[in-house]
Structure formats: structure tokens, C-alpha cells
Design a protein around this ligand. Structure first.
Ligand SMILES: Cc1cc2nc3c(=O)[nH]c(=O)nc-3n(C[C@H](O)[C@H](O)[C@H](O)COP(=O)(O)O)c2cc1C
Length: 194
């Protein structure tokens, strides 16, 4: 039984991302997995890293709202992220969650030889994103690679998570309902294999 933390970020629960969340939760229930969902907009999560956060990071402590988030990350064996691609990047609220929750001393630490060690190596991550652009365009422009580099290498591998599955669902705004249903099937099968 893999304890799973779902980080969901979309301001509208009736969106396609909302449908992905629904499918993910159903599949986790079917798998009999213990899970927690963090709906960052519904929580009104404060993603703005402050000078106080920076001072605390230096001391190895965190603000109370972040301590709660870190407890849930500590508890989880699987992390599932669901969010749309906005400006070739995660929505600001997700970026803010990363800035504040994956803090120095919690997600990574500096070693004496000057290198950085990731601290979340006991976890796996599944990241599901959606884009308006199609696969060909994102591959040709290099934007898919940029997103993959940022998410997989820059954030998850850096934090010690080497087992990362990243799936972007392309062209979700302009494709057919049939294709969208296929994508939701694909999401269910990704989660069932966790
Ligand atoms: C502020 C904003 C920025 C966006 N930037 C991009 C982008 O850089 N690349 C892209 O392919 N789609 C972009 N889109 C389209 C979204 O990815 C698309 O609307 C979303 O994935 C659809 O899912 P939803 O129906 O759940 O919102 C953007 C949309 C918004 C609102």
C-alpha cells in the first residue's frame, strides 16, 4: 500500500485538470491506496516565499503552514502532481509550493565537499500536466524539453527523487472529446501501475 500525496492545482474544478484529478482519485480508491489531496487553490495556499522563510531556512526551521505540508510529504511514498502548463511552466501557486515546501534542510542539503544532496530519495513522483500546444510544436520548439529539464532534473532529481514519471497531455483545449477520454484512460493506467 503506497501512501500517496496528490498535489492538485487548477482554479476551476470543472476543468480538464479537474477531470484528471477525479480519475486519479478513483484509481487510487480502486487500488486501495491511502491518499491525501492538496487542492492548492481551494486551500488558498500562500506560495510567496518571504524573507522570514529565508531566515528560517538558514536555521533549518520553517513556518507553520509549511511544516504541515512537509509532514504530508514525509508521510507519502508517492507524490502525484496535476497542473496545467502556463507560460511553459507550472502555475505560480505550484512554483510557490515548491519554493516554500521543498526547503533547504528538508528536500536537500549542502554537504561538506560543497555538493548538494537530495533528501527525498525514498519517494517516487508522477507528474501529469496539460498543454494547449501539440506534441510536434512543443518538441520542435524545445519547450517540452525545457519543461522536462526543469521538473525532472531541476526539482525532483535535485531533491533526491530519481524515480520520476512525467506525462504531458497535449492539445487538450482543441482536441476531440474522444481523444480527451483516451487521455483520461491513460491517466488511470499510469496511476494503476504506481
Ligand atoms: C496563463 C496561461 C498560460 C498558458 N501557457 C501555455 C503554454 O505556455 N503552452 C501551452 O501549450 N499552453 C499554454 N496554455 C494553455 C493551457 O495549458 C491549457 O489551457 C490547459 O492545459 C487546459 O487545461 P484546463 O482545461 O484544465 O485548464 C496557457 C493557458 C493559460 C491560462
Amino acid at each position: 500500500m503506497m501512501k500517496t500525496l496528490v498535489i492538485f492545482a487548477h482554479p476551476n474544478s470543472d476543468s480538464f485538470n479537474g477531470a484528471i484529478r477525479y480519475v486519479v482519485e478513483n484509481q487510487l480508491k480502486e487500488n486501495g491506496v491511502e491518499y491525501i489531496v492538496k487542492d492548492l487553490y481551494a486551500m488558498n495556499f500562500n506560495g510567496i516565499l518571504t524573507v522570514n522563510d529565508l531566515m528560517q531556512m538558514r536555521k533549518g526551521t520553517v513556518a507553520d503552514d509549511i511544516a504541515l505540508e512537509q509532514n504530508d510529504v514525509r508521510w507519502a511514498e508517492n507524490l502525484i502532481f496535476i497542473f496545467p502548463i502556463w507560460w511553459i511552466a507550472p502555475p505560480a501557486i505550484v512554483k510557490g509550493w515548491i519554493d516554500r515546501v521543498l526547503s533547504h534542510g528538508f528536500a536537500y542539503e549542502h554537504q561538506e565537499d560543497g555538493t548538494i544532496k537530495g533528501l527525498l530519495g525514498d519517494k517516487r513522483a508522477l507528474i501529469i500536466t496539460t498543454s494547449g500546444a501539440n506534441q510536434e510544436k512543443m518538441q520542435n520548439e524545445g519547450t517540452l524539453e525545457a519543461i522536462e529539464t526543469m521538473l525532472i532534473k531541476g526539482i525532483f532529481n535535485f531533491s533526491g527523487i530519481s524515480d520520476v514519471t512525467y506525462e504531458n497531455l497535449f492539445q487538450v483545449t482543441s482536441t476531440t472529446d474522444e481523444k480527451r477520454q483516451e487521455m483520461l484512460q491513460q491517466v488511470a493506467s499510469l496511476v494503476s501501475r504506481l
